[in-house]
Design a protein around this ligand. Structure first.
Ligand code: B12
Length: 439
């Protein structure tokens, strides 16, 4: 019998999946404390749900806002299959709504980071309440326990989801893995989880990151990486050291990551490119400085333009992510955002409808303004729809149309069409189905 079974719930339809980095990271820590762990991943299970649940003392489900409705169904099934199991919820949604989550019928809710809380729960045989312990230190952020999941399934992400622009740098047949080398970010954008986490920034030791990357190469035959850090160049000296070691070890990955636009200097970009960086994503958010201020982005439209130019100078493509439906936003602001997407020569554009997540400053503002309904439909809290009207001027249905029109306009630019044609040629039927599903 395992001490703890983690469950990674299935995502709502049309949301691209990815390996559960958080559960694998916790598992790596817990194993070092002598606690046995298994992961049941509903998307790519290695075992039947019943068998896994029957053999666990504690069952811990990870929650995000859009998976929460599914999490409640799973909790019910676990109670039926193994009434003796102690069922706990943790993760971002449970952390921001702990009392409500407990009252939904969980035995335990863990707030914030799970590693030390679970260690205490298992050692002291705790069976109820809201538990919170200290965050791990950088030296305790061990490489994720990937042996607990079906890595072959996730390595084939590019084959399963060939078209997302975020994966354009990954060859059709390449095996892909995600990695996250840090926790926290010192900035405080009003829509971001880092505002409620209030945790210190921690950067995993380069030695751990290299151990992880070598394992990905040698054991899992991975060719492409997606760094999931909120801001990969947070400490440029450390980034340079990491990229230098990747070059020296001749790992040969192609990779993409996300960075802030004010952290791009020539040295770091040069080493990034030499170590295999093909694409950087930036949170450009808007073409209006007024909106960027309202989002507390602490970056300007001019910096967004210049970041793209710098990346291009180093042969790195850029994915600019913008949000629409921002507080105070008008149609003129959205036009400015469209202009940015076209004029900046960004290689890819992603248009998201701004979603207020519980716990964020944006959520609090929306609550104060009476914009949050009593029982929100959390299954719609992803970036594809507008579950809450944040902008005072533009209703959600119109935002969804605007988003569609922006993407069509962006991807039908003459400079982008050749790459769209290549995707079409790769598998025409699949591509048409994908477009139909989306529109
Ligand atoms: C990697 C990632 C993904 C990956 C994989 C998700 C995963 N589970 O690993 C992919 C690409 C699939 C993804 C998809 C989406 N993501 Co995402 N993703 C992230 C990202 C960048 C890193 C997650 C991570 O590993 N963090 C590091 C770990 C250590 O932190 P953690 O996840 O919070 O886990 C700790 C604690 O929360 C706790 N904990 C977590 N689970 C559990 C379970 C138990 C039982 C216990 C006790 C404790 C516990 O302990 C962990 C270790 O300390 C975060 C942002 C971030 N930096 O965290 C966004 C984030 C989690 N994603 C977010 C969103 C919105 C999405 C999408 C809806 C986007 C979309 N496409 O529309 C989907 C939905 C995914 C889902 N599962 O619901 C939001 C979630 C906000 C919310 N309240 O729901 C975040 C916070 C980013 C943001 N916008 O602010 N995502």
């Amino acid at each position: 019998m395992e001490d703890i079974l983690f469950i990674y719930p299935k995502l709502p339809a049309n949301i691209e999946d990815g390996e559960p980095l958080n559960l694998m990271s916790m598992a790596a820590y817990l194993r070092r404390q002598g606690i046995s762990v298994r992961i049941h991943d509903e998307t790519a299970p290695l075992n039947s749900f019943e068998a896994d649940v029957r053999n666990a003392r504690y069952v811990g489900i990870t929650t995000t806002t859009c998976t929460y409705p599914r999490v409640l169904e799973l909790k019910q099934r676990i109670k039926e299959i193994n009434p003796a199991a102690i069922v706990m919820a943790g993760g971002v949604h449970a952390t921001t709504t702990p009392e409500k989550t407990l009252s939904d019928g969980f035995d335990i809710v863990v707030k914030n980071e799970g590693e030390k809380a679970i260690t205490r729960i298992v050692r002291e045989n705790l069976c109820e309440g809201i538990i919170e312990e200290e965050d791990v230190t950088a030296e305790e952020m061990y490489p994720p326990a990937r042996d607990l999941i079906n890595m072959d399934y996730y390595a084939a992400t590019k084959q399963r989801c060939p078209y997302p622009p975020a994966l354009d740098y990954v060859g059709w047949k390449m095996r892909l893995a995600m990695s996250i080398t840090s926790r926290g970010c010192p900035y405080a954008c009003i829509f971001c989880h880092n505002v409620w986490r209030k945790s210190k920034v921690r950067l995993a030791p380069i030695e751990y990151v290299m151990t992880e990357l070598i394992e990905l190469k040698e054991r899992y035959r991975v060719d492409a990486l997606m760094f999931m850090d909120d801001h990969l160049f947070q400490n440029r000296q450390r980034s340079k050291e990491l990229f230098s070691q990747m070059i020296a070890a001749k790992l040969g990955f192609v990779w993409g990551g996300t960075v802030r636009v004010d952290a791009l200097d020539d040295d770091v970009l040069e080493l990034a490119r030499a170590s295999g960086c093909k694409r950087l994503a930036i949170g450009a958010e808007s073409g209006s400085d007024e909106i960027l201020k309202r989002l507390n982005k602490r970056a300007t439209v001019a910096q967004n333009y210049s970041a793209i130019e710098k990346c291009h100078r180093h042969g790195i493509k850029v994915l600019s992510s913008v949000t629409i439906g921002n507080p105070g936003e008008t149609l003129d602001d959205i036009k400015a955002t469209m202009r940015f997407l076209l004029d900046s020569k960004t290689d890819y554009g992603s248009v998201c409808i701004l979603v207020p997540y519980p716990g964020t400053e944006l959520w609090k503002q929306c609550e104060r303004d009476g914009k949050i309904p009593e029982n929100p439909d959390f299954s719609k809290f992803h970036y594809l729809k507008a579950p809450i009207q944040v902008s005072e001027h533009i209703p959600p249905a119109e935002l969804e149309n605007i988003k569609r029109r922006m993407l069509i306009r962006f991807y039908l630019q003459p400079r982008i069409i050749p790459s769209m044609m290549m995707k079409l040629a790769h598998n025409p039927k699949n591509m048409f189905n994908k477009i139909r599903e989306y529109f």
